[in-house]
Design a binder for this molecule. Structure first.
Ligand SMILES: [Zn+2]
Length: 378
């Protein structure tokens, strides 16, 4: 709000409320549920629904805690409970989680016992509830230590702090020093192979090369950093990559935002700012000024094209993948098939004809007319 008044002192209370709402939404998406609730109460704006807040804090807790068997097994259990949706998305998440679990076992940071205990704990918690949402996970405060990156046993020799590990790992690896894998012993390799036989085997069809690397790297233990498989030993980096994938896929499957709108607006502003600065300097040189327009006020606005990265481009033009043409979604909203594919109503009419059952033209999943959902794109 201070920021907004600084930018535009003439802005009214409505703008302040809207900004507060955006910040509340942002805090919710970032998993900061208590801060989101406190700000909503203080600013008198609509709070994020409690179910959504819980889902986000759950997602962040697990994504940031993949160093631990508890969080890793919770993530795997969620994948298993949503395997159909993940398959539709051609997601690699379940394989990547199992690969990460395999590396933890191989490097001795997790044992079959710790995995078994974690699996026992989350087998009921991750089961989908009748409402279709994930089951109740313990709140973040309930297991702060279980999912803390600091609880990971693998550390680089000379690494000072968890957040410095990635840089320290690269530096130390290039220097040829070894990982200090406290829990590693030759039996870790046997445990890892047992895990691979049980859980990686089913992914052979799509991930044969990756599985080959995972198995081959075991012969270089405990000096993985001197092998062609050094990347597989950087558990911090792996956890971060898989954590991002988990957040992305879980948000997509559960219909949640992956990035907050406020973050996207600020990111676009950061890209656009130099363009406006340059323009302002030119206008000032000519003796003209440029002032920020008030919201909704077209006066003073300048039509300036700012190239944005693809991740920040949004549009409401829907191109039907079947008819291969753009559709005006306001008059003719497209239909969502149970498999997750979105096609125009014209394509649905062609597919079904006089029947009330058909198959998705993209993945051949059968569907009933009653299962179609109209999607309004704004
Ligand atoms: Zn389909």
């Amino acid at each position: 709000m201070i920021l907004y008044h600084h930018l535009s002192p003439s802005a009214g209370d409505d703008a302040e409320q809207l900004l507060a709402q955006a910040v509340v939404q942002h805090l919710g998406v970032e998993g900061e549920s208590s801060a989101a609730k406190a700000l909503a109460a203080e600013a008198g704006v609509q709070p994020t629904p409690p179910g959504e807040l819980q889902a986000y804090s759950d997602i962040h807790r697990i994504a940031n805690g993949l160093h631990t068997a508890d969080c890793l097994q919770q993530a795997i259990a969620w994948c298993v409970s949503r395997s159909r949706q993940l398959q539709t998305r051609r997601s690699k998440l379940l394989f990547r989680l199992h690969a990460l679990q395999y590396m933890h076992v191989l490097m001795g940071t997790h044992t079959p016992q710790s995995i078994k205990a974690a699996r026992g704990q989350c087998s009921t918690a991750s089961a989908p509830t009748p409402s279709g949402q994930s089951g109740p996970h313990p709140p973040p405060a309930a297991q702060p230590q279980a999912c803390s990156p600091a609880s990971a046993k693998v550390r680089m020799v000379g690494a000072k702090a968890p957040h410095q590990r990635t840089r320290a790992a690269n530096a130390t690896l290039s220097g040829g020093q070894a990982w200090s894998a406290e829990g590693w012993s030759p039996v870790s390799r046997e445990h890892a192979f047992a895990y691979a036989r049980k859980f990686l085997h089913e992914h052979m069809e799509h991930h044969q090369d990756d599985i080959g690397r995972l198995l081959s790297c075991a012969i270089f233990m405990p000096h993985l950093e001197r092998s062609p498989y050094a990347d597989l030993g950087r558990l911090d980096e792996l956890c971060q990559q898989v954590g991002t994938l988990y957040r992305r896929d879980r948000c997509a499957v559960e219909g949640l935002r992956f990035e907050s709108p406020l973050f996207q607006v600020l990111a676009a502003s950061a890209v656009a700012r130099p363009v406006f600065d340059k323009l302002q300097r030119r206008l000032l040189r000519r003796g003209q000024g440029m002032s920020l327009p008030s919201p909704g006020d077209g006066e003073g606005e300048l039509p300036v094209e700012v190239p944005l990265p693809e991740s920040l481009l949004f549009h409401s033009v829907f191109v039907c993948p079947v008819m291969r043409s753009a559709v005006d979604t306001r008059d003719d909203p497209p239909s969502l098939l149970p498999c997750g594919h979105l096609i125009s109503s014209q394509a649905v009419s062609r597919l079904l004809g006089d029947e009330d059952e058909g198959g998705c033209p993209l993945c051949h999943t059968p569907f009933h007319e009653e299962a179609l959902q109209k999607v309004l794109i704004q």
